[in-house]
Design a protein around this ligand. Structure first.
Ligand code: SAM
Ligand code: SF4
Length: 314
């Protein structure tokens, strides 16, 4: 359906947990978060019910996210439930990849179409330092497991952070020479723990084009501007939510793991969906779509949301 600004909304990002086995410095506090009673988090049945109601409102694509979706108990049941929704054309999932060695095949079996795997650095010590709890080798094994399970068009999502990984842009581009993956550089958004980080950490996506002018532009996909290193098997995406405001093309709504509908990642407005069923639930989702904010204000100030990214779902 169309939102109040005339944009088609057909994409739901559904967060299935706030919990994570990593503590990425820009996303989560070091101590983690207070684990909520599981009754505060959407049940498997509620996730499926909300997805069904969203599909009645025009949603055709769902991305499962978190926190880390692969730590969610009942994830496979959720996927099965979503796959049974006739109007759902695409089921995707964003993961840090660490649990894919055991989960990639089951995810494929329950009908997940595509995976995005987050990977900010190819250097083991940096990886450990940024994620605080992670091992790079787990994610690399996860990528292999995903390919072995038949996930062919993998996307690797890399948050570009000045002074942390901007000296690895060339290494990430080199990956696309060997592998048919899309490496996507995402601008760091000022929210949660990184809202007050030094300005030098926030690099525009165009920095990549400045440093690698030989990249050839190809057809864009959604909000990603896309390029190819001449002769490469894979592609390069630039996702620039801050410098290249793509709000005018945004097709998304989000539902948090505690059941709040958000029209925009960066706004404070939330519509509680828990306890609603049938027509009432659909009506609340329609209201959220109609009230979707026109744009965020990241060029003027940090994100307006009081939530950290793991509490919304990136
Ligand atoms: N745990 C999963 C993962 O890391 O892929 C899914 C959830 S995570 C919140 C989703 C994506 O949001 C990740 O690619 C992460 O790097 C990104 N992210 C988190 N905080 C961000 C920020 N402040 N700016 C830009 N991207 C961010
Ligand atoms: Fe966890 Fe993903 Fe946030 Fe890292 S970015 S702490 S993996 S939710």
């Amino acid at each position: 359906m169309l939102d109040g600004c005339g944009r088609t909304i057909d994409y739901l990002r559904l967060s299935v947990t706030e919990l994570c086995n990593y503590r990425c410095r820009y996303c989560m506090p070091e101590a983690g978060i207070c684990k909520r009673d599981h009754r505060e988090i959407l049940s498997v049945e509620e996730c499926v019910e909300i997805a069904e109601a969203s599909a009645h409102c025009g949603v055709k694509k769902i991305r499962l996210t978190g926190g880390e979706p692969l730590v969610r108990r009942g994830l496979l049941e959720i996927c099965r439930g979503l796959r049974a929704i006739p109007a759902l054309e695409e089921l995707c999932l964003t993961t840090n990849g660490s649990l894919l060695p055991s989960m990639a095949a089951p995810l494929r079996e329950v009908g997940v179409d595509r995976l995005n795997i987050s990977l900010d650095t190819l250097r083991p010590e940096r990886f450990a330092s940024m994620t605080r709890l992670g091992h790079l080798s787990d994610v690399l094994d996860g990528i292999k497991a995903a390919e072995a399970a038949g996930f062919s068009d993998l996307k690797l999502d890399t948050v570009l952070i000045g002074g942390f990984n901007d000296d690895e842009i060339g290494d990430f581009l080199a990956l696309t020479m060997e592998h048919p993956w899309e490496v996507r550089f995402i601008e760091l958004m000022p929210m949660g723990p990184c809202a007050e980080w030094d300005k030098s950490c926030f690099l525009p996506g165009t920095e990549i084009l400045k440093r690698y002018p030989g990249l050839q532009e190809i057809v864009p996909n959604g909000v990603a501007r896309r390029y190819r290193v001449p002769g490469a098997k894979g592609t390069v995406g630039l996702i620039s939510p801050v410098s290249h405001d793509f709000c005018g093309q945004c097709r998304r709504i989000r539902v948090t793991a505690d059941g709040k509908l958000k029209g925009c990642l960066h706004s404070r407005e939330e519509i509680p969906l828990r306890g609603l069923h049938g027509e009432e639930l659909e009506e609340a989702i329609r209201r959220g779509i109609l009230q979707k904010p026109q744009r965020h204000h990241l060029t003027e100030r940090p994100s307006d949301t009081p939530r950290n990214m793991n509490q919304i779902g990136g």
